[in-house]
Write a protein that binds this ligand. Structure first.
Ligand code: NAG
Ligand code: NAG
Length: 363
């Protein structure tokens, strides 16, 4: 009996140790750190003086709601992290021979944004140098000193991600200044993205539910593209964004606590003939040092405000600057909250799945 009892004891101890080890790894949000290695999976070591002293572990990745819950609901029953001006990235080398004189909105490249869980990208497309470029500009004109890169390069990163992640869906929201006939069609074709194209004819026109994500995946229709140019829906089959989506004011006008007005081009948020809701929450002039605070409690408060403004609908897309800056959970927690609300009426998507505990460890 002695040895048996002993081995039982060892077994139980091992199980307990394992449980403790797992919970330590999962609960490191806001622990002190000196480098990313101190933080564990899905976190990185960051400093946000407004939120906490010193350097702490904060989230760097989303919870994949399709993996954690399932993908059998309509597309509009899920929420997605959206990077504003995804292409305007710190440290992108100038491509035109002159230094760039413009602001950035993100800190890592589109491949990393997608790997960390961004599923919608806001891109500004311009005619430039006989091609389509991503550019941060004014007056609908791209200049050498405002240009980022040829659109095809970013679109190829998206194509690679879609090929490597056959169950994921990516949405592209274009602020579109391209006048060249079929200019966008050409660049999407050359980037190898047409095979993923979700047809505009399958998009709900009158507030119905979208197709099921599982069906979109089965049909490989995993790329949604919206343009701000109305004529392109007819001429190129690219969905005119505000036929399908309502959207609040972007920039400073969208950051006033307690109000969630629509942007000019969008119907009022409570227009339920559009099945998708997009919430912008970023400053007109991006300010890196302030973004960790913006992306935290204030963002979640705005999601509640916009829920009311949208006729009791939770946002499907949340667009932010510097998406990894936060006081702990940030834009990732905001999207986990939305998915919790959308999928099971709880405050965190982890609460939708019995035994899923990592949500309890995020602030
Ligand atoms: C994106 O950034 C990562 C990390 O710096 C780098 O390894 C990768 O090559 C970059 N990818 C592209 C397409 O720029
Ligand atoms: C998928 O998850 C939703 C939300 O929790 C649930 O209502 C639905 O029954 C699930 N579907 C399947 C096929 O498991």
């Amino acid at each position: 009996m002695g040895p048996q009892k002993n081995s039982k004891f060892i077994q139980i101890s091992l199980v307990l140790c394992f449980a403790v080890a797992v919970s330590i790894v999962q609960c490191k949000v806001l622990h002190d750190c000196s480098s990313n290695g101190d933080c564990g999976d899905g976190l990185y070591c960051f400093s946000c003086p407004q939120g906490f002293s010193g350097k702490r572990c904060v989230r760097s990745t989303i919870t994949d709601q399709f993996t954690l819950v399932n993908n059998s609901l309509p597309f509009n029953k899920y929420a997605f992290l959206t990077t504003h001006n995804s292409f305007a990235i710190d440290g992108e080398p100038p491509r035109t021979g002159v230094p760039r004189v413009t602001v950035t909105n993100q800190e890592d490249n589109v491949t990393q944004q997608l790997k960390n869980g961004a599923r919608a990208l806001m891109l500004d497309t311009y005619d430039f140098k006989g091609d389509v470029w991503l550019c941060h500009s004014f007056g609908g004109q791209c200049y050498d000193y405002t240009a980022f890169e040829p659109a095809i390069e970013t679109l190829r990163e998206i194509a690679t991600f879609l090929a490597e992640n056959p169950s994921e869906i990516v949405t592209i929201i274009l602020e579109d200044y391209v006048q060249a006939p079929k200019g966008l069609t050409k660049v999407f074709t050359n980037a190898g993205l047409m095979k993923y194209w979700f047809p505009v004819t399958s998009m709900p026109q009158n507030g119905q539910d979208w197709p099921l994500v599982s069906d979109m995946v089965a049909k490989n229709q995993r790329l949604l593209v919206f343009t701000s140019m109305k004529s392109k829906q007819k001429s190129e089959g690219i969905a005119y964004q505000w036929n399908y989506m309502v959207e609040n004011q972007y920039g400073d006008g969208g950051m006033k606590a307690g109000s969630c007005p629509n942007r000019e081009e969008s119907s009022p948020l409570d227009d339920k003939s559009k099945s998708l809701v997009l919430v912008n929450y970023f400053r007109s002039v991006p300010m890196k040092q302030l973004t960790c605070e913006d992306n935290s409690a204030n963002l979640i408060n705005m999601l509640h405000t916009c829920y009311g403004a949208a006729g009791n609908r939770w946002a499907n897309f949340v667009a932010v600057n510097y998406y990894k800056r936060s006081e702990g959970g940030g834009s990732f927690q905001a999207v986990d909250t939305l998915n919790g609300k959308l999928l099971c009426g709880r405050d965190d998507v982890h609460a939708c799945v019995p035994g899923s505990t990592s949500g309890a460890c995020t602030p």
